[in-house]
Write a protein that binds this ligand. Structure first.
Ligand code: SF4
Length: 312
């Protein structure tokens, strides 16, 4: 059982439910429209926690060469905001994480809806940009499912990142004796050697598990957690802090200036593991971390914890 810190606190539903009950077909259409608006919105507006951290970095932005880089990021965001454009042209191959309650009425329709919405968005060119190649199947979207018993709601997390963010991702099994220091070294080596393919300041997700593939998945899930959240286990929270301090000074600041903070945040997710194997995975996100969370009720009322107060 993993300790993924999914943001599933008691939801606030600011948007009223449809006035009359919808039949299944109408409901599927309404859900499809909602998800399409959500994915389009996430491509254009960064989540609030990322904006807050960028504002913090801008406030710390000092003399050249780092000076002005924080300001330039906000200028880019403003420029994207006004004509309703993507805040970076590279949205990569879309990854969607679905946490579906067993009682969510349209659970069976969700996969088809997500595939159709992404196909349609790509046909329209923006957002998101047509970046998926060599797709063996018809739907260029990767979906990770999690089913929740005794729940009638659904949470959809989407994350957009360009290919440069995927380059530094890696996972392997360390000897158990490597301990936290071995984990830290693996993460530092990976990020320092090719993490800067992505545009700093970076977000780093670390997964610890019993196998390379589960560690890789947890590291990807770690990037879904809001900046400022900490692992519930104090040892893991300490590892997050340690990595953030060490990675913060690798010499690649905003817009690759030689100074300034290299990372925005490090989050760790973990699961139980077998004693001899220490699986560790690393995933990287860039400053334009387009992440969104959509919580949907059984009556299709919704809210966006990642973008508080937004009505789609
Ligand atoms: S690293 Fe991020 S900001 Fe840079 S080009 Fe890729 S998606 Fe865009």
């Amino acid at each position: 059982m993993s300790t993924v810190a999914a943001d599933c606190a008691a939801p606030v539903w600011p948007v009223p439910a449809p006035a009359a009950p919808l039949d299944r077909q109408q409901a599927a259409k309404a859900l499809s429209d909602l998800v399409a608006r959500f994915i389009g919105y996430v491509g254009r507006r960064l989540p609030q926690d990322v904006l807050d951290r960028l504002a913090e970095l801008r406030a710390r932005d000092e003399a050249p060469p780092a000076g002005g880089a924080g300001e330039a990021m906000f200028e880019t965001l403003d420029a994207a905001d006004r004509p309703d454009r993507l805040c970076c042209q590279d949205s990569g191959a879309l990854r969607v994480f679905v946490r579906a309650g067993a009682g969510f009425p349209l659970r069976g329709e969700l996969e088809g809806i997500l595939g159709a919405v992404v196909r349609e968005a790509r046909r329209e060119a923006a957002p998101p940009r047509h970046d998926a190649v060599e797709a063996a199947g018809p739907d260029p979207v990767w979906i990770e499912w999690e089913f929740v018993p005794d729940d009638d709601r659904c949470t959809i997390d989407v994350c957009m990142a360009g290919g440069e963010c995927s380059v530094p991702a890696s996972a392997r099994i360390l000897a158990s004796a490597a301990g936290d220091e071995g984990v830290a070294q693996f993460v530092l080596d990976g990020v320092a050697s090719c993490g800067m393919n992505a545009c700093p300041p970076l977000q780093v997700g670390v997964g610890l598990s019993s196998s390379a593939e589960s560690a890789a998945l947890l590291s990807r899930r770690a990037l879904l957690r809001p900046i400022g959240s900490h692992h519930p286990d104090p040892r893991m929270a300490k590892l997050e802090m340690l990595l953030e301090q060490r990675l913060g000074n690798v010499g690649a600041g905003p817009q690759r200036a030689a100074r300034g903070p290299s990372v925005m945040a490090v989050r760790v997710e973990s699961s139980a593991r077998q004693a001899p194997a220490h699986g560790v995975g690393v995933s990287v996100g860039c400053w334009a971390h387009r992440r969104g969370t959509l919580r949907i009720g059984p009556d299709l009322s919704y809210d966006l914890p990642s973008h508080p107060g937004i009505v789609l």
